[in-house]
Design a binder for this molecule. Structure first.
Ligand code: FES
Ligand code: FES
Length: 215
């Protein structure tokens, strides 16, 4: 190998080392950067948690007044299921179910000022001054609501997890439309999902309830 060729080989080794060194640094940077970011997110999260403030609000649920302390982000469903009023008593209305927590299944359906609402999608603060009815508020003491009776009569449930939401939606539907057709029942309950597939029994139950209640 001539002197000139040896020099070329030396030069190329140097540049390869420099290149690898550069890549190595970049790789380290790429590996470290997310860690640093995650650390930053955590501290921002911690700061937000410290900054969270609460407010006392009054909610009218099933014709009873509850005073509860909530954060701005607290949902109506959280208050119903896990809320504690300012006297230290649990709200304890666990009929509305937390299933999808994103407004897709209807398991948390309640009636707010006459309209069905997904309680997981409504902020508790926005429910102030409104009349809230949960599945627990449909019965009159020991007398079940006609929809509840019809669900029992038609065995319109399997696991029962979706049932409170369906009962509330059915009651709201019959309040608006005393004699719905099958098509109207299907449309009225289209915001509720039953993974066990008890739909035909549910539709029959609503039909029966409409006859019982409004004939
Ligand atoms: S839990 Fe609210 S819609 Fe599913
Ligand atoms: S009865 Fe099981 S999800 Fe409806």
């Amino acid at each position: 190998m001539s002197e000139k060729e040896k020099k070329q080989v030396r030069d190329s080794n140097i540049s390869r080392r420099s290149f690898l060194k550069g890549v190595g640094t970049g790789t380290v940077a790429a590996t470290v950067a997310p860690t640093v970011l995650i650390g930053a997110e955590k501290s921002a999260e911690a700061q937000m948690d410290e900054a969270v403030s609460t407010a006392k609000i009054q909610l009218n649920i099933n014709e009873k007044s509850y005073q509860v302390e909530v954060e701005a982000r607290t949902t109506l469903l959280t208050v119903l299921r896990d809320g504690i009023d300012t006297s230290g008593n649990n709200v304890d209305l666990t009929g509305a179910k937390l299933i999808c927590d994103r407004g897709e299944c209807g398991g948390c359906t309640v009636i707010v000022d006459g309209k069905t609402v997904y309680a997981c999608m409504m902020l508790a603060m926005d429910a102030q001054g409104k009349q809230i009815t949960t599945v627990e508020g449909l019965a009159d003491g020991d007398d079940l609501h006609p929809v509840q009776e019809a669900f029992i009569q038609h065995d319109a449930l399997m696991c029962g997890f979706c049932t409170p939401g369906f009962i509330v939606s059915s009651a709201a539907l019959l309040n608006e439309n005393a004699k719905p057709t099958l098509g109207e029942i299907k449309e009225g309950l289209s915001g509720n999902t039953c993974r066990c597939g008890t739909y035909p029994f549910i539709f029959d139950a609503v039909k029966t309830a409409s006859r019982k209640n409004f004939n």
